[in-house]
Unconditional design. Structure first.
Length: 343
């Protein structure tokens, strides 16, 4: 079934911080020196790709998480979401507004880069207006996350889905349970989110059963939120549900919500995965097997948005607790999961 170290910083300094759209899940049933900027006259020095590459290299060399960078910028009066920072370092969008350009100069200071090392690499502003393609927003479209799934797009339109990116995902923890008959029967989900704008009161979640399952997943035991409108498409095992938060959130407010998903019966399970429309600060996936029936092999896999080919595979150990887990800090949009073989 499916469900979505500080380097020298000059004036700008960090202090230790306590750790504190839509998302979908999938459950299938059956140095240190950054590159010096090229001369300003060279076209490549002002390409968007040059900016993204330089920023990515500097962030990796610094050892700082995007959350700590976001916090440091906020202390200087510049609010930039983790989603936006992630998109800048991957070249999906570029800083253009005055506030964003100030953030770039602060990033140069924070990451220990020479003045204009990043800003000199920015390309010209992207064209805007009615007849051009809009700049990338803080998240993927539902069509990018679920390519070919027209039913999901239709349900999102019917429920007037909130704008992608208005909820920043700080932490998601999925616990998936497989019974002695080798079938996934329960998913427990816990999520910590923060509003990037004021007035956020709801979000949509998507869960999709495997083709061999009979019926739709069902959400119950919702905590710190309540179930709103629900749309089911039994012929394809699709559930789209609206979760209403305990209270409307102002920009910067955070909340925690949890719920359980009952998985419809089907063939023995071999996979659980989640698809992400927006970056998440920390994702933890645990698969719990019945001690009487433990798989012979288990591995992690990662995929780019909309792709069916694995980018990463990593063997996982199933310990005495009969469970395996994956920890993914600063998870990008795309898909991550665990698959296993019974024999």
């Amino acid at each position: 079934m499916a469900s979505q170290q500080l380097q020298h910083a000059g004036r700008l300094r960090l202090v230790d911080q306590p750790h504190g759209g839509f998302e979908t899940g999938i459950v299938r049933l059956p140095t240190e020196t950054p590159p010096a900027p090229p001369p300003a006259a060279a076209p490549a020095a002002r390409s968007e790709g040059g900016f993204a590459e330089a920023l990515h290299t500097a962030v990796e060399a610094s050892g700082l998480s995007l959350e700590r960078i976001r916090t440091a910028l906020a202390k200087e009066g510049v609010r930039v979401s983790i989603t936006t920072l992630s998109y800048w370092r991957r070249g999906r969008s570029q800083p253009e507004r005055a506030t964003s350009l100030r953030a770039v100069h602060l990033l140069e200071e924070l990451l220990g880069l020479p003045h204009t090392n990043l800003s000199a690499r920015l390309g010209p502003p992207r064209p805007r207006g009615r007849w051009v393609t809009p700049a990338a927003c803080d998240g993927l479209r539902v069509e990018d996350v679920w390519p070919g799934e027209q039913e999901i797009s239709g349900v999102f339109a019917e429920l007037d889905a909130p704008p992608i990116g208005e909820l920043e995902r700080l932490s998601i923890h999925d616990a998936y349970f497989v019974d002695a008959q080798r079938r996934g029967h329960l998913l427990r989900m816990r999520q910590v989110v923060r509003a990037t704008v004021s007035g956020v009161s709801r979000c949509l979640v998507v869960h999709k059963a495997d083709d061999e399952a009979t019926g739709c997943p069902e959400i119950n035991s919702v905590r710190h939120a309540r179930l709103g409108r629900v749309r089911r498409r039994p012929e394809i095992g699709l559930l789209v549900a609206e979760l209403l938060l305990d209270r409307p959130l102002a920009a910067g407010d955070s909340t925690v919500f949890e719920y359980e998903v009952e998985i419809p019966p089907g063939k023995p399970s071999t996979t659980y995965a989640r698809r992400f429309a927006v970056p998440v600060r920390e994702y933890v996936l645990q698969v719990h097997f019945d001690p009487a029936t433990v798989p012979a092999h288990c591995e992690r896999f990662d995929r780019s948005p909309g792709e069916e080919t694995d980018q990463v595979r990593q063997q996982l150990w199933i310990g005495a607790s009969a469970s395996a887990h994956v920890l993914a800090p600063d998870q990008s949009p795309g898909q991550i999961g665990i698959r296993w073989e019974w024999e």
